[in-house]
Design a protein around this ligand. Structure first.
Ligand SMILES: Cc1ncc(COP(=O)(O)O)c(C=O)c1O
Length: 407
């Protein structure tokens, strides 16, 4: 067991030699020890496809869900596997029986695919979208206040109820922790169902779903938990399982007029014919995490390096880290303001320029975005990064900005 993390851990992963892996948050990655485990499951699937798909893989799926349920503290029969967070969010939003005029509360920091899923509901089912704008850095108390005000304002109109609130556990851009526990309480106290997009949560922040008691919670295991892609879980407590059906309906489908009618939930959510190997590697991912020191040690290092790395880059750029007075925003992702630059490029062009330059010339990935009328870059701590990776990322930012300025 070791907690002496940093660059030496690169050998446990498959990165190209000079790649600067400072953007774990987008796609995640998994340790090499999991590769033969996954391959073995895939081989088994071919040795006797019927036995595997009809019986054996199902048992291993169950045991992996059981292990995950211990990590996130919930009943394993309230968890199902889905391929990714987008699918999980779609499962809930596209099967929940919204009625014309129902309102859905959300924030402009919502992930792009989730935002479009909400647009789909508006276009097809005439739900109304209530959007709260978040200009960071914000105190948790300010987010809570904005949320309470928006709910009061909408309910005072008397023209339809907010049925559901969709919010992140940690948003993508900005890569910040959202006060999801407090917002969950606020919305539920107002009779609103909570759908938490925890795409970035598991493996980055500790979760106790029984205590949190969200109405729906989705989290990607292929981001911060080191499972192969795509592997995510959807949590739906039994009181809410009856209304939820997978986006791709299977033979077990049953209509339920009552949200608490959960008898077909597990069967409806048995995966169709796909490669379930990523789901089956949870055990191996958690074994690896235990072997290197466990959840607490991993999260401590990834958080500390993000905080230190963010400060280093802010100093290099002559700017500031996006943080509030109680320092709740930075978990393993840190956001640093970019220095001012002059350009005739549009915002999408600037983003595309950074994307291409950082990937193809700087051999890294710099996720930049605008919030509160400023440009920011999101950088990620991980067990395999050191401060000099942040230094390199900061230098790449400066070089790309210089190029933009000179064009
Ligand atoms: C907050 C958030 N939600 C949803 C997603 C979508 O995840 P996936 O591509 O695994 O569906 C992401 C991906 O980065 C995300 O950051």
């Amino acid at each position: 067991m070791t907690t002496d993390f940093g660059k030496k851990f690169r050998k446990d992963f498959s990165f190209e030699a000079d790649y600067v892996p400072i953007n774990h948050g987008s796609y995640g990655t998994y340790p090499n020890v999991i590769k033969p485990v996954m391959r073995e499951f895939q081989d088994k699937a071919e040795q006797h496809p019927d036995r595997w798909n009809r019986f054996e893989s199902k048992e291993i799926i169950k045991s992996n869900l059981k292990r995950l349920s211990k990590l996130v503290h919930c009943d394993d029969s309230d968890l199902i596997f889905v391929p990714n967070a987008s699918s999980g969010v779609n499962t809930v939003l596209r099967s929940f029986p919204f009625k014309k005029g129902d309102k859905i509360l959300h924030y402009q920091t919502v992930y792009a695919s989730v935002d479009k899923t909400l647009a789909f509901l508006k276009d097809h089912y005439q739900v109304e979208l209530v959007r709260i704008h978040l200009n960071y850095p914000l105190e948790d108390a300010e987010i809570i206040q904005l949320t309470k005000e928006a709910i009061d304002q909408e309910h005072a109109k008397g023209n339809g109820k907010i049925r559901m609130a969709v919010f992140d556990a940690l948003s993508s851009l900005p890569g910040v922790r959202f006060p999801f526990e407090a917002i969950n309480s606020v919305v539920q106290e107002n009779g609103i169902l909570s759908l938490i997009d925890g795409a970035h949560a598991i493996g980055q922040v500790s979760l106790n779903l029984t205590e949190l008691n969200p109405d729906y919670f989705i989290t990607n295991c292929h981001k911060w938990l080191y499972s192969p892609r795509g592997c995510a879980i959807l949590y739906a407590p039994k009181r809410n399982q009856g209304f939820i059906h997978p986006t791709t309906i299977n033979a077990a489908y049953k209509f339920h007029a009552d949200s608490t009618e959960y008898s077909s939930f597990a069967q409806e959510n048995v995966p169709n014919t796909i490669d379930t190997a990523p789901y089956l590697c949870i055990d191996a991912a958690l074994n690896y995490r235990e072997s290197i020191g466990g959840e607490e040690a991993i999260c401590k290092y990834t958080h500390d390096i993000a905080v230190k790395g963010g400060a280093l880059v802010a100093k290099l750029l002559g700017t500031q880290v996006m943080e509030n007075s109680t320092k709740t925003l930075t978990a393993n992702m840190v956001n640093i303001e970019l220095p001012a630059f002059k350009t005739s490029k549009t915002d999408p062009e600037i983003m595309a320029f950074f994307l291409n330059k950082s990937i193809y010339e700087k051999h890294t990935m710099l996720s930049i975005y605008k919030n509160n009328s400023k440009w920011w870059v999101r950088l990620c701590g991980q067990i395999y990064v050191d401060l000099d990776d942040f230094q390199k990322a900061g230098e790449a930012v400066l070089a790309i900005i210089k190029e933009i300025d000179e064009q």
